[in-house]
Design a protein around this ligand. Structure first.
Ligand SMILES: [Zn+2]
Length: 156
């Protein structure tokens, strides 16, 4: 089974505080940190204090979400911003925790010609880019296919 990252290394920084949690010891999956409305039940990512769906005055509750998702649409980025390694797949991932809950994330572990809309995905934590100021690796949430493609066909 694939081993997920469980902490930041010395040369790594998170893309932003409060976006994700690493897998805990008894649960092998990372999670995104979202917010759930105590009144209407809507779930959002990234987390926020107040619900904009129902304008409830009650503070939203922090929830761990996004372990699994489905690829709703994607683009292949061939000319990237500086410090990103192109080409890569940028996907819009639909999450099951609420209606219309989507996360934009890089898709890793998938050949560019094997990506398809509707593919089931699992959250993973990995390299997003290199930080230009420090040279450190910026770590963030990404998704990968749940059924990883088999070994590449042998050449020749
Ligand atoms: Zn609400």
């Amino acid at each position: 089974m694939r081993r997920e990252k469980t902490c930041l290394g010395p040369d790594e920084i998170p893309i932003r505080e409060g976006f994700f949690v690493f897998p805990s010891r008894n649960d092998g999956s990372p999670r995104l940190i979202g917010s759930k409305c105590r009144q209407c039940g809507d779930v959002v990512f990234p987390k926020r204090k107040l619900c904009t769906m129902c304008d409830s005055k009650e503070l939203m509750e922090e929830v761990f979400i996004g372990e699994k998702g489905v690829l709703q649409t994607y683009t292949i980025v061939r000319v990237a911003f500086p410090n990103f390694e192109a080409p890569y797949i940028l996907g819009l991932v639909e999450l099951p925790e609420a209606e219309n809950l989507r996360v934009l994330a890089q898709i890793e572990g998938c050949d560019l010609d094997r990506v398809r809309i509707g593919m089931p995905l699992a959250l993973t934590i990995g390299k997003i880019k290199t930080d230009p100021a420090t040279g450190k690796t910026v770590i963030g949430h990404k998704y990968r296919p749940i059924h990883e493609p088999g070994p590449p066909a042998r050449a020749g």
